[in-house]
Design a protein around this ligand. Structure first.
Ligand code: GAP
Length: 440
């Protein structure tokens, strides 16, 4: 059983992530770059597994969904149509002395700069989109935005997908990709960064059926987090108040996770109505209607948008699985990630009992036979107890140990379960089936 997130010191998670190669500060050798992070050898596997589980659940296992991978850079008109050029802003106050800027809503009741005591300017709107230039000339004609949400790549391709796949409503388009926001107050590790990855769905429905689909998606998405191991008591749904709704949304529910610093958004599930397609129809002068051949009418579909973050989900899975067992003085103390086998970066560790000249080749043979099927790690450095602890700390669900009984008696190996630490023996011929049984 993992720890309650409130009992977890985030510094321990950050330090485990660096020590074991899950997440490193970006550009570490130059002192890092504020709130940007790199996923290391284990982190990239974990995050890929999270994205893969999402893709399987929302694309491969459904008949009403297809995928897309749109470009990050889009025609600047996109952002005029979507309302981001005008409305994707935070009101900021600036210190007249040191020129640091702060979000106005974070400075309520504070009338002097926390850094130098200087006076604040009046609040001004600051656009959160990052810009860059295409081509060699840095002028406004060549300026483009780094997309602040992947959603618009889906909206602008709506007709391409309808025509090329002959989809009928209701159907959805899923996309995983990077998004960028010049956040004023990034922080809490990979929770809020300026470059991040979104996992977004735009689900197109007949107007009038939108509320029913909104509810269905909320249930589906909650189930996904729970099925992958997040404890239900650490998840909740919060409806947006009218004044927090994004400019495009009629209603929105957040799935929140109880992070160590408090309840925070994991995923937003919004009813975007026909806002985006209508806007793109107006700004591009292209027809964005759908022909409903049962009702014999053209209309612009409504959209339900489940929009999650791959980094936030990965962090929630790390936090929710983190455990410290035994007191600091106990010889049995261990740190464990109780990750669901489907997202664990390494599924099976193959360990010879010791670095014995007969055990090691046999263990390598076992390793070679199973690595085709599962992501595996071979480890023969240090004592077997330490190697078990190392695998527990990175969340490896199963350790297979080759010992003297294997080579001298009956070709059986032990299978050790990460959570219960129980060990059972299986014949090498039955190993793959036994691992499948435990992992799938
Ligand atoms: N298309 C809708 C949209 O972008 P959002 O609530 O602004 O809605 C959706 O973002 C999800 O993207 C969030 O629930 C979160 O998981 C992730 N996200 C947003 N901003 C982020 C940031 N600065 N860092 C990491 N993840 C972020």
């Amino acid at each position: 059983m993992a720890l309650n997130p409130e009992q977890i010191d985030m510094n321990k998670i950050v330090s485990l992530c660096k020590r074991r190669g899950f997440v490193f500060p970006s550009s570490d050798i130059y002192g890092g770059l504020g709130s940007t992070w790199d996923y290391g050898p284990l982190g990239v596997e974990l995050k890929r597994n999270v994205k893969e589980q999402w893709w399987k659940s929302v694309v491969h296992r459904r008949d009403d969904m297809v995928g897309l991978d749109a470009a990050i850079l889009m025609h600047p008109r996109t952002w005029e149509a979507s309302g981001h050029a005008e409305g994707f802003t935070d009101p900021l106050v600036e210190c007249k002395e040191c020129h640091l800027r702060f979000r106005e809503d974070h400075m309520e009741g504070i009338d002097k700069c926390p850094e130098c005591g200087g006076e604040f300017t009046e609040a001004r709107l600051f656009n959160l989109m990052l810009k860059t230039f295409l081509g060699p000339v840095e002028d406004s004609a060549n300026q483009v935005w780094m997309r602040p949400e992947t959603a618009q790549g889906i909206f602008v391709n709506f007709q391409n997908v309808v025509v090329s796949t002959r989809r009928k409503l209701p159907f959805g388009i899923a996309q995983i990709g990077k998004a960028f926001r010049n956040e004023i107050t990034p922080g809490n590790f990979v929770f809020r960064t300026r470059e991040f990855e979104q996992m977004e769905i735009e689900y197109f429905v007949k107007p009038g059926t939108d509320e029913e689909w909104h509810k269905k998606w909320l249930d589906d998405r909650m189930k996904w987090y729970k099925d992958l191991g997040i404890r239900p008591e650490n998840l909740r749904i919060r409806e947006h108040e009218g004044d927090e709704l994004a400019h495009y949304a009629k209603s929105c529910y957040d799935i929140e996770y109880k992070f160590p610093w408090g309840w925070s958004e994991l995923e937003g599930i919004a009813n975007r109505t026909d806002f985006d397609l209508k806007q793109h129809q107006e700004y591009s002068s292209q027809d964005m209607t759908y022909f409903d051949d049962e009702a014999h009418e053209h209309y612009i579909p409504y959209v339900i948008e489940p929009s999650g973050g791959a980094d936030r989900a990965t962090l929630a899975f790390l936090v929710d699985s983190y455990d410290e067992e035994g007191g600091p003085d106990s010889k049995d103390a261990r740190t464990v990630l109780h990750l669901s086998p489907s997202i664990a970066p390494i599924k099976v560790a193959v360990l010879p009992l010791s670095r014995n000249a007969k055990l090691v080749p046999k263990a390598r043979e076992v390793y070679a036979s199973i690595r085709k099927y599962f992501s595996c790690q071979f480890d023969d450095a240090q004592s077997i107890g330490r190697r078990y602890r190392r695998q527990d700390e990175i969340g490896t669900p199963i350790a297979v140990t080759v010992d003297f009984k294997t080579i001298e008696e009956d070709d059986s190996v032990t299978i050790r379960d990460r959570d219960s630490m129980d060990q059972t023996r299986v014949h090498i011929n039955d190993l793959i089936a036994a691992l499948r049984d435990k992992l799938e």
